[in-house]
Design a protein around this ligand. Sequence first.
Ligand SMILES: [Zn+2]
Length: 331
Amino acid sequence: MGEDLEKLKQCLPLLDYLRRQNWTARPVGRGGEVVGLCPLHRETRPSFYVNTRKDLFYCHGCGQGGDLIRFVELSQHLSFHQSLAYLERQSVPPADPAAVLERAAAFYQQQLDGYPEARRYLQQRGLRDPALIQELRIGYAPGGSLRRYLTAQGYSCDLLQHFGLVDRQGCDAFYRRVVFPCHQNGRVVNLYGRSIVTSAPPHRFLPGSKGGLYTWEQVRRSPEVILVEGLFDYAVLWQAGFHHVTCALGIHLNACQFQQLCDRPRTVYLTFDVDANSSGQQAAQELAERLRAQGIAARRVLLPQGHDPNSFFVQGGDAGQFQSLLEAAQP
Ligand SMILES: [Zn+2]
């Protein structure tokens, strides 16, 4: 116990802890002392001193003093043992986001086989090739189990909340969703979750960047690239033998994705949804113009009304028909 305590205090000096709680202070004298407003009682003139050499505090206002543990006991109203446990969670080094997302993705991938409804959903969306499902590392979030799994691996609930994997109430953010990891430079940078129930918003990403174009490394040398909106569009096209396909994860490209498309002369086939409100086609038109301004040949692929590439293939379209659409694509 004593050893653990010493190690903990070494990892997390009192002043660092206070600063993380947004405590501000100014140095006094040369003895390594700082002073600021007391976090333990209300005051307007600073009387809370921290001796950084001794790693101790003392407040001349309320008369409280002691070490980090004592401060946590007083400020969090915890017992000694509870304070120790609390600080152990606090002193976990900041986790590498990619490592956390990687573990979450691996967990979801493991779940896929155990949930027939997820398999059924993939079938309905035309994803039948087990090798592709494996390669894209598609998984399933049944909900209610990721938090338990990751906290058991030592990740704090606060951290999971920080990455958006759990919400403020501690519930898994992805619930009954098919999950695709999004990579950039070989690292998982985000997760996309497609709801398999109609009562929830269909698309969900974690907060933060979606990264670059999906599996860009595999197509970046291709002189012709098919660009689609969604990952289910990507998957069915890939399955149909169109391997020079990439996905923007939406109709609005971020700066990184746009630059990727422009990094060498090429032809981009914009294959966005042909939906009733024409937002997909409008976005394709605008993007085509921006690409042309960068010297990229942009062509708009016109799917039948009401279709996206996924529904086109799911409802019986084949590779030959899609090839004809590519050839008929308008500049
Ligand atoms: Zn005080």
